[in-house]
Design a protein around this ligand. Structure first.
Ligand SMILES: C[S@@+](CC[C@H](N)C(=O)[O-])C[C@H]1O[C@@H](n2cnc3c(N)ncnc32)[C@H](O)[C@@H]1O
Length: 392
């Protein structure tokens, strides 16, 4: 991931202004270390850059929570600022490689894009955790008049598939770099033809991280059209039985189930190829949704109406995670922007599908820096609690 190592410099030379294509919106200092975070905007994308200080050299790099999928934007920001300020560079990996295909940006979707979504094709399918993207690309090539939404939590995989989309000139894939368990909650009801979950990580030791769960199943049934289906494919016997039990759970709505063993598909993913070489059994479970689901209203508003900066605010904020009935809030890091503005980094939301965000608080207004949280009911309840908690 893009970074440079520079000789220490006086950071007061970084001003709130444009450096070539990069606009510096604010600078902030970590209250527990010497590190700094810089809020920037490049080509409409807002994110943070991180200056990690040590005695001899400093790391100038991206911030994991707010980084854009297009890695070139981060490279550009670091390059624009460091070259304009004549920083002494010791090491760099930000050379923008002109020969590399550029990322197919128009196919990258963000959370905001889903707030009033219109699909460009009438048939839409989703692949959760597409990894190398072999199956996603195959489906899109085979069905050019259908839309395939790939949701992948691992950023380099999402970036790699965006490049493949560009190379293959595909027009019917959207890629979103997010936790699919959260994203599914903002997809309209009865709108999806198929949901593919191929070779999910079994997480035997941390089952709360599994993709398949009762709530994921409920959301899948809700977003699937009547007759649409969720297709799980796994090499893990344990995960197969766990999923089957989940699919047959007490509160599951009207569905039909189909189980297959060792069926070969037209396309073999990287993971599948590995298991096949080891002669492992492969299991498919298909869950078909048999009923129309109710529409979901997403009128959650994530603006802060009442939080304003006060000198007493920082002392009041708990440094430990706060647990409420169905969610938690953990203020993890605190940054000072100026005497009446702070930046807070927090983790929050449901226990097994938490989000990380930054909040800017000044004496006039407060807002999430970068993207708002996903519009789920739990996130909304958490947001209201954050507002109540910080409104001192
Ligand atoms: C074992 S790999 C399988 C990849 C691909 N489906 C295949 O068959 O080759 C599991 C993939 O799921 C992704 N993943 C895990 N949890 C996820 C989540 N909650 N949301 C989206 N992707 C997830 C991982 O990053 C990884 O790429």
């Amino acid at each position: 991931m893009p970074h440079i190592t520079v000789k220490p410099f006086d950071t007061s030379i970084i001003e709130k202004k444009s450096y070539i294509n990069t606009k510096v919106i604010f600078k902030s200092k970590d209250l527990l270390s010497q590190d700094e975070l810089i809020g920037v905007e490049v080509k409409g994308s807002k994110f943070l850059l991180y200056i990690k200080k040590s005695e001899k050299n400093w790391l100038f790099k991206y911030d994991k929570v707010t980084r854009p999928l297009d890695v070139n934007l981060v490279k550009e920001a670091i390059d624009n600022i460091s070259s304009k300020l004549n920083l002494e560079i010791i090491n760099s990996n930000i050379a923008i490689n002109q020969t590399k295909t550029k990322l197919a940006n128009s196919f990258e979707k963000r959370i905001e894009d889903f707030s009033d979504i219109k699909f460009p094709f009438s048939r839409v399918s989703i692949e959760v955790g597409f990894g190398s993207g072999k199956h996603l690309l195959y489906q899109a090539e085979k069905n050019p008049n259908e839309l395939f939404i790939g949701i992948e939590i691992h950023t380099p995989s999402a970036q790699q598939v965006l490049r493949q989309i560009e190379l293959k000139s595909l027009k019917n894939i959207w890629v979103i770099n997010y936790d699919a368990r959260l994203l599914l909650e903002i997809i309209p009801s009865n709108s999806i033809h198929k949901i593919f979950v191929h070779f999910p990580v079994p997480w035997d030791k941390k089952p709360q991280r599994r993709v398949i769960s009762p709530s994921f199943l409920n959301e899948s049934i809700r977003v699937l059209e009547q007759g649409g289906r969720l297709e799980l494919r796994t090499d893990s016997y344990k995960y197969f039985w766990y999923s089957l039990e989940t699919f047959l759970g007490e509160n599951v709505l009207k569905t039909s189930l189909e189980v297959r063993k060792n069926e070969s598909l037209d396309i073999t993913s990287k993971y599948e190829a590995r298991w096949l070489r080891q002669d492992k059994d492969i299991y498919d479970v298909f869950v078909t949704s048999l009923e129309e689901s109710k529409e979901r209203v997403f009128d959650f508003d994530f603006t802060f109406n009442s939080i304003k900066y006060k000198d007493t605010l920082l002392d009041k904020i708990s440094k430990k995670p706060m647990v409420f009935d169905s969610f938690f809030i953990h203020f993890e890091r605190f940054y000072r922007v100026d005497k009446s503005t702070i930046l807070l980094k927090l983790a929050f939301g449901s226990f097994n599908r938490s989000e990380h965000k930054y909040i800017i608080i000044d004496n006039k207004k407060s807002y999430y820096f970068g993207q708002n949280p996903v519009k789920t009911l739990t996130n909304y309840k958490t947001h209201l609690k954050i507002e109540e908690y910080l409104n001192v």
